[in-house]
Design a binder for this molecule. Structure first.
Ligand SMILES: [Zn+2]
Length: 877
């Protein structure tokens, strides 16, 4: 009953620009020895108490689903108990009904809206049975059961998303990952619907208009992994070597889905993982579901993996990066069946364990299964720049994140667990070798199967298997925050290397003097007319002498992290930068190395060592030669950022005109491969702004083919979005035509997000209040519209929303799912480049000294780029 939109609805409607800081939110989740066990959320003390005194949990859960905004249910909780404490059960659904403890109806159950307390006198030592009736919310957002209405055929689909701690919003439970339970589910739903869950369908009985589906009991799973769904799904399936995988897609999109490919990729993913882990798939069955308006990329419910429908159905010809991205998501969620589902973190402080492994194992599998995909380059591109960008801010956290209460578990999600964690695992694998790593992982999985584990358990398993202590590794990478910046320092005498040193320092000046990060890396010396040399180096202190380099000829350039094993931000020495700019970058034949060197040059820009104009000019010189389609988006993305945010207005005008020409020439060049042309097209659409650029944008809309492919709706939408952002006079009528033309579900979403990109004060105010007040608005639509709302071109209009956006953080944290808060902050802060905007953020932080640490960290993470932007602009004047 705490879940209500009433408060934010009122403030958003009445005072859209003066959002009060919700009372009581500041202190939530803080560790406090006096906090009652049945206070808000699930405290670590409560979780520990229950872990000690409760065992063998089973939930027998019955729910009646319909199109209504609530679901009625009943749960029987069976468990074994020791001790004499009162029992605390978590529940914050809409209403709690009758509660029966061991056959005795409790006349006035002690229920405070968060927890149900059952007195010791009503409990037994040994087996106990608690029965409870309840009602839970069903809503497009903010509820444990998400409802989406198909805009095309009016069908309704329901699905759960309980991660990280919303199972107790659905039903009374012990909602902590360390208390696994066997779950038996029965779902009653309209006859036309199919019901899906973690288990298989055991039996079904029906009346005239309803069907009750009974599912088999699951293996022990954590509450956040319970998943089910109901709706008029279309089912596809495929059987390989006796294993059948089902794929569920909503009716209106069933024709668009490439079912055979998704099923085949899932079969390949499962068998690769079984092989590597040396263990059969640990659950009873494996189904996939493409969830409409899904707020994540995927979710690993054992037996029922949900994926983001929009990312899995390609409406136009996909580039290699998109295809690899989709397969990587499948590999990630499949790896979770072992890492996360079979062995689960004991508490969300170790969230990194499952997320890091899922991504790292996904990359390993991809490298094996698709050798031409250049898996480790995608891994670098997908993880390192993001991890470094957050880990170098003042808001960073260690991989292991202390967590006093699960009501703050959402804050643990972000670049540190998703991008730093897999990067650290790559370093660990390099350190201990293939054999020790694999044997350690297998040992870890068998020791903790169907149970829980911590990072210490993992390092113990890998340490034992590889015969080395990983204590220092744990101290430096699990519990220590931040990362080092490593720079080569080279002395050349008579054309030969006299001395090469790798100098490291903490990325945050405030962390300097706390010691170096030990690391095993590989230094590359590049030569113009000889093969490059790779030297393995153990970084041990602030300065490491690369003894093996002495006496070798002077290199063209030095790169301190060849093959990307190290976890550190690489900067380059002056001579290396000079040769790279002089043409050496074009001569790098290895795509991973070329990608990393571009990353290091960009970091020179972000560190105000290289003017952004020089970087942009270099990109514009090299783009016509770049043949690697996976590199194009990162190059053009940085070019776009430099032009839009970093350089002076005069330089921006010059660079933009050149960029339009270079990109247009490239995308029109039929001798270049599709993926390259497509990447250049996307970049052109983003950057175009001059009169000539707008004419070209318009011409795309009437062209028969674009970048060698027929023009399809997603590209039309992108072009129109850009014209809307530019406030082009033709945009409104183009938008109206496009809305009428694309009546698909995706078309409806695009129409909504396009509206947020209108350059008018009323439109901005309208969307801002809808983000809070519109009960029918789902999170997927809301987050897709944040970019257009906060277009940098509109910063004068959006500046007034910056403070209210910050004020609403506690509401967003409480009422939106895990990734929304990060997108919210990066979109609102990313929409600005002025010192005025930076001052608003700094003043706001200073005015909220009691802001919970996790929220402060998130703000600092996003504010770092704004701070750099202001400094880069000041230096570029
Ligand atoms: Zn994951």
């Amino acid at each position: 009953m705490i879940k209500t939109l009433a408060r934010p609805l009122a403030f958003a409607l009445l005072l859209p620009l003066v959002v009060p800081f919700p009372v009581g939110a500041q202190q939530r989740g803080k560790a406090s020895p006096q906090a009652p066990l049945d206070g808000h959320g699930v405290s670590l003390e409560l979780a520990r108490l229950r872990a000690r005194t409760i065992r063998d949990v089973r939930y027998d859960l019955t729910l009646a689903l319909s199109s209504a905004d609530s679901a009625t249910g009943r749960v029987r909780i069976t468990f074994a108990r020791t001790g004499h404490d009162d029992l605390i059960i978590d529940f914050r659904g809409r209403r709690l009904g009758t509660v029966v403890a061991n056959g005795k109806t409790l006349v006035t159950p002690s229920f405070n809206g968060n927890h149900l307390r059952i007195a010791n006198r009503d409990l037994r030592t040994g087996e106990n049975i608690i029965d409870a009736d309840f009602v839970s919310e069903v809503a497009p957002s903010g509820a444990s059961i998400i409802r989406t209405r198909d805009a095309v055929d009016g069908s309704e689909y329901l699905y759960t998303l309980l991660v990280p701690a919303d199972a107790n919003q659905l039903f009374p439970s012990f909602d902590q990952p360390g208390l696994k339970a066997r779950v038996t589910l029965s779902l009653t739903a309209p006859r036309a619907w199919a019901a899906l869950a973690n288990g298989s369908v055991r039996t079904a009985d029906s009346t005239a208009d309803r069907v009750t589906t009974h599912f088999t009991e699951t293996k022990p799973i954590s509450t956040y992994l319970i998943g089910f769904s109901a709706g008029p799904w279309t089912r596809f399936s495929s059987t390989v070597k006796g294993r059948t995988i089902g794929l569920y897609v909503r009716k209106s999109r069933a024709r668009e889905v490439d079912a055979d490919t998704l099923l085949t990729l899932s079969h390949r993913a499962l068998s690769w993982m079984e092989d590597y882990f040396g263990r059969a798939y640990p659950f009873e069955k494996f189904d996939l579901m493409l969830a409409p308006a899904f707020p994540f990329g995927g979710m690993e419910h054992p037996g029922l993996v949900m994926y983001n429908e929009d990312r899995f159905i390609f409406r136009d010809r996909p580039t290699l990066a998109r295809r690899v991205g989709r397969f990587s998501t499948i590999l990630h969620e499949t790896a979770h069946q072992w890492f996360g589902d079979l062995v689960t973190m004991r508490w969300f402080d170790d969230l990194w364990l499952k997320e890091g492994f899922a991504t790292y194992m996904g990359a390993k599998a991809l490298a094996d299964l698709e050798p031409t995909s250049d898996s480790w380059k995608s891994f670098y591109q997908g993880n390192k720049p993001t991890a470094y960008a957050v880990d170098q801010t003042m808001g960073t956290t260690p991989l292991w994140q202390s967590l006093a209460n699960l009501d703050q578990a959402k804050s643990a999600y972000g670049a540190i667990v998703y991008n730093k964690a897999p990067s650290v695992l790559k370093q660990l694998n390099h350190l201990v070798g293939e054999d020790g790593f694999k044997r350690g992982v297998r040992e870890f999985l068998s020791t903790h199967a169907y149970a829980n584990a911590t990072w210490q358990n993992l390092l113990a398993s890998i340490g034992t298997a590889s015969g080395r202590s990983l204590d220092a590794f744990g101290a430096n990478f699990m519990v220590r925050l931040g990362l080092p910046i490593v720079e080569p320092r080279i002395q050349i005498v008579n054309g030969k290397i006299a001395r090469l040193e790798l100098v490291q320092r903490a990325a945050q000046p405030t962390l300097s003097g706390v010691g170096a990060w030990p690391m095993r890396t590989r230094v590359l010396l590049a030569y113009a007319d000889a093969p490059s040399e790779r030297l393995d180096v153990d970084l041990s202190g602030p300065v490491t002498n690369v003894a093996a380099a002495a006496g070798k000829p002077a290199p063209l350039f030095v790169f301190p992290n060849a093959d990307d094993y190290g976890y550190f931000l690489s900067l380059l020495d002056t001579a290396s930068v000079r040769s790279l700019e002089g043409g050496a970058i074009r001569a790098i034949s290895e795509p991973l190395l070329r990608s990393m060197v571009w990353g290091a040059l960009w970091d020179q820009v972000r560190d105000t060592r290289m003017p952004p104009t020089r970087f942009a000019d270099l990109v514009l010189r090299e783009l016509p030669e770049e043949r690697d389609e996976q590199l194009i988006p990162s190059l053009t993305g940085r070019l776009d950022r430099a032009i839009r945010a970093y350089v002076s207005d005069a330089d921006a005008a010059r660079l933009r005109a050149t960029a339009e020409t270079v990109l247009w020439t490239g995308l029109s060049d039929s001798s270049r491969p599709f993926g390259v042309r497509r990447g250049l097209l996307d970049a052109f659409i983003n950057v175009a702004a001059t009169d000539a650029g707008r004419i070209k944008l318009m011409s795309l809309l009437s062209a028969d083919s674009v970048a060698g492919e027929p023009l399809r709706d997603p590209t039309r939408w992108s072009v129109i979005d850009r014209l809307i952002v530019l406030d082009d006079a033709r945009a409104p009528s183009l938008l109206a035509t496009q809305v009428a033309r694309d009546t698909t579900a995706d078309g409806r979403r695009r129409a909504f997000t396009a509206g947020a990109a209108r350059r008018t004060a009323t439109s901005k105010a309208d969307y801002f209040s809808r983000f809070f007040a519109d009960k029918a608005l789902n999170e997927d639509w809301a987050s897709s519209s944040l970019g257009g709302f906060n277009a940098l071109e509109h910063s004068e209009l959006t500046l007034r929303f910056l403070r209210p956006a910050l004020d609403s953080l506690p509401y967003v944290q409480q009422n939106r799912r895990i990734f929304f808060l990060g997108s919210w902050l990066s979109s609102f802060l990313g929409g600005h480049r002025s010192s005025e905007a930076l001052a608003i953020v700094q003043t706001w932080l200073a005015a909220h000294p009691n802001l919970p640490a996790d929220l402060r960290q998130k703000v600092l993470q996003s504010a770092d780029e704004l701070d750099r932007t202001v400094r880069i602009r000041a230096a570029s004047r």
